[in-house]
Design a protein around this ligand. Structure first.
Ligand SMILES: [Zn+2]
Length: 446
């Protein structure tokens, strides 16, 4: 059976992931993501009403024109998890393919929200929910399997396409977490089993491939957060926290510890309200008796009430962890909201800065504005969602793939992975394929 892999997007950058695998006549697409930094670099771009080709030209969504060179029929679109760099282009591209979108419950819920916000295209693809551990037939000879993985969003999986030539594993995005705060540990037993059955090709997430050692569990981030927040138990001023709105497990920890120190948590900001509501709809094990406000007017009236009743009684969890210009925390820093910071008030960033100049600049400005109001900054109360080198080593040990395609980085970012794989005897150009966006790699040609 002929097998080809089209590396459509996310092979020269972190963002706009999209990969297609052709096995005989059947094609499966993994991810259709957005490169948000290509959007945010322009002021006031509203992608909802933009045409796909303009977004392709901006470098914001994958250039899927290479798909016409794949000689088969698209049978499924499979987003691996709900981060925007994996699902954000679905509203702009999915309608071009007569195929269902298959994902885990939370991922599909977020895809549904994305499609509902779309203003330009009518996306009618069927949405199909499949849980980790389940399988589905793709054409007469192939099978799709979801293997449970752990990441900085709940319900993440690595999809595996089982073909007569061996398994093709799409290994984006994960960390090796044996004690996640929500959900099951990464299913290493199943990966080892698939490794024994034979892995033809492994596509890997190289975000942290240049970082040594092991990336810690979410349980470690939870303990760091507990340590910081319990140290503030006697503080009688304002405390504000921010994190990734999609990081449901982290939001859960923030809510729980704020109650432990005698404060009432309030979620403020559109994305925090959106992701938390979506998580509640799929019955994620999170506190649901929580006050939330998404729109500016109700956020402002909640903040006025917090100031009147005493900010020492509250724990606002707000948007703005990357210093985004229009997010609530940045607006608090600029003094544009009813919430006033006093000398010594605490601001908790339970998020790392995404290493990209726009974010770094925004975050610097936001922190500086907050400090000018007297705030004390606690940053990096966080662990990354991506494997570091020893995690990659363990994955290669488990899977022993015949061929490897490193992804989710630029060329410089891939170098650490090539070294790690090199210690197993893999060789660049022979069985490790570095590639570009828009390439097609022939894996089996007969
Ligand atoms: Zn992700």
């Amino acid at each position: 059976m002929e097998i080809e892999i089209a590396t459509v997007g996310g092979y020269e950058e972190v963002g706009r992931q999209m990969t297609a695998v052709r096995a005989g006549d059947d094609v499966v697409i993994f991810d259709m993501g957005l490169n948000l930094s290509q959007v945010l670099i322009h002021d006031d771009v509203e992608t909802e009403n933009m045409h796909s080709l303009d977004l392709i030209d901006m470098g914001a969504i994958p250039d899927d024109r290479v798909m016409s060179e794949l000689d088969g029929e698209v049978k499924a679109i499979v987003p691996t998890h709900g981060h925007l760099d994996h699902i954000g282009a679905i509203p702009k591209l999915a309608h071009r393919y007569d195929a269902p979108i298959i994902g885990t419950p939370f991922t599909i819920e977020l895809v549904r929200d994305q499609i509902a916000d779309e203003g330009k295209f009518d996306v009618q693809n069927e949405l199909v929910v499949m849980d980790a551990g389940e399988t589905m037939d793709i054409g007469p000879e192939c099978e799709l399997e979801f293997v449970n993985v752990t990441h900085s969003i709940i319900d993440a999986i690595n999809p595996v396409l089982h073909t007569p030539e061996g398994a093709i594993i799409y290994g984006l995005d994960k960390r090796m977490d044996h004690t996640p705060v929500i959900g099951d540990p990464i299913d290493m037993d199943r990966f080892r089993e698939i490794g024994r059955e034979g892995v033809l090709c492994y596509i890997e997430d190289c975000t942290n491939a240049n970082k040594k050692g092991r990336n810690p569990s979410e349980a470690v981030a939870r303990e760091k957060l507990r340590d910081v927040m319990y140290s503030m138990e006697d503080y009688d001023g304002g405390i504000v926290a921010t994190t990734f709105a999609s990081h449901v497990a982290r939001v859960k920890s923030l809510i729980e510890f704020s109650r432990d120190i005698g404060r009432k948590p309030v979620l403020l900001g559109r994305s925090l309200e959106g992701y938390s509501s979506s998580a509640a709809r799929v019955d994620a094990p999170i506190p649901t008796d929580i006050e939330m406000h998404g729109y500016r007017r109700s956020i402002n009236s909640a903040l006025s009430r917090i100031m009147e009743e005493g900010k020492e009684n509250y724990f606002p969890i707000v948007t703005g962890h990357q210093g985004e210009h229009r997010a609530l925390l940045t607006r608090i820093g600029r003094g544009e909201t009813p919430f006033e910071l006093d000398d010594g008030d605490k601001v908790l960033f339970s998020a790392g800065v995404i290493p990209e100049p726009t974010n770094e600049g925004n975050r610097y400005r936001s922190e500086t504005l907050l400090k000018m109001q007297g705030a004390r900054i606690y940053d990096e109360i966080h662990v990354s969602g991506h494997l570091c080198q020893e995690g990659h080593y363990q994955m290669l040990e488990a899977l022993q793939p015949e061929q490897i395609i490193p992804a989710h980085q630029n060329l410089k970012g891939l170098s650490g992975y090539i070294e790690t794989a090199g210690s197993f005897g893999y060789e660049l150009g022979r069985d490790i394929h570095t590639t570009r966006n828009g390439n097609i790699i022939s894996i089996v040609d007969e």
